[in-house]
Design a protein around this ligand. Structure first.
Ligand SMILES: [Ca+2]
Ligand SMILES: [Ca+2]
Length: 324
């Protein structure tokens, strides 16, 4: 029997791929990390002196810090889904986003609206049919992150893309999201622990945003990140994995239900969150978010029907059996 010719080595999989809507995805390798935070309110108070103690104590769902193993590589959106990409999805699929389908609309910025005079004290006006993914009350072009999209809208876009392309698209799990956000770091932000480091790396609640919400001036980062509302995706430095805007710009839905006690029983391998629940986790903070809530470990949540001026999405494409 003739010896088999040796196989040439398989080419390395591409680090960045682009899909049918022009969305770019970065290959994130499998690996392990420490998820969560167990910083004490006392430790946080040193760097966040203007926050009431209750706000610092209310972060207990980030503990305990626990080891997580991501057993398979995945492709994560290099950017948040943009208005232009969501527009293409809606046009090609005929999907009617939830804020329009149920007729109640979304939330938006209105300079004439005063949070102090509203019953809920909400920062934004809504729900109102004049607001939707098309209109958050301020100007956005096609390169800005889409907002006012529900968790259900994000799942619908994932399912449509999966069918179109024969690859599995979905929202990242909370663990996948935090692993990708940290990109090997153990600090509050990929650039370190200092909230001021966000000014170079994220669009959050800075001095320019605070001009429109003067009552919350004390929570604004002193300085200018250049954007009072959303920024075109990719306007800031990427993290060590080459992912942009993981912190700030738009909150990002994850796949998981929220349970404040989940970390204590989280499995080591590929945790998927609790089996059921009422609210889905969103991560990363937004253009309107204070620095304390734009840490990689911070967890927030809403019902799957929630649509809001600050909440968007980033999609994940699974690596298939062949490794592509
Ligand atoms: Ca800003
Ligand atoms: Ca973001």
């Amino acid at each position: 029997m003739q010896p088999q010719p040796s196989q040439p080595p398989l080419p390395a999989p591409p680090r960045i791929i682009e899909n049918s809507l022009g969305m770019k995805f970065v290959r994130v390798p499998a690996g392990e990390f420490l998820m969560g935070s167990d910083e004490s309110p006392e430790a946080l108070a040193q760097d966040y002196p203007q926050y009431e103690r209750k706000r610092l104590a209310d972060l207990a769902d980030e503990a305990p810090v626990h080891r997580v193993r991501i057993t398979r590589p995945f492709y994560l959106g290099q950017h948040e889904v943009t208005v232009g990409q969501f527009r293409q999805f809606v046009a090609a699929s005929g999907y009617i986003p939830e804020s329009i389908a149920d007729g109640t609309g979304g939330y938006g910025y209105n300079p004439a609206y005063d949070p102090a005079k509203s019953a809920r004290g909400d920062a934004f006006e809504g729900r109102d049919p004049k607001y939707s993914w098309r209109n958050p009350g301020f100007a956005q072009d096609d390169t800005h992150p889409v907002l006012n999209v529900t968790w259900n809208d994000a799942v619908a876009m994932s399912q449509w893309l999966s069918k179109q392309e024969g690859h599995t698209y979905r929202l990242p799990s909370e663990a996948e999201w935090e692993y990708a956000c940290r990109a090997g770091s153990r600090t509050r932000y990929p650039g370190g622990n200092n909230p001021q480091s966000l000014l170079q790396t994220a669009n959050i609640f800075d001095a320019d945003a605070a001009k429109n919400w003067p009552a919350w001036q004390a929570y604004a980062l002193p300085g200018h990140d250049g954007y009072a509302f959303t920024a075109p995706v990719g306007s800031f430095k990427p993290n060590a994995l080459g992912l942009y805007d993981m912190l700030g710009n738009a909150w990002e839905w994850t796949a998981d239900w929220h349970d404040e006690n989940y970390y204590a029983r989280s499995p080591l391998n590929d945790p998927q969150g609790p089996a059921d629940g009422t609210v889905r986790v969103r991560r990363g903070g937004s253009w309107h978010t204070w620095a304390l809530y734009a840490r990689c470990s911070y967890r927030n949540w809403n019902s799957p029907q929630t649509r809001y001026t600050l909440v968007g999405m980033r999609l994940l494409r699974e690596v298939d059996e062949a490794g592509n």
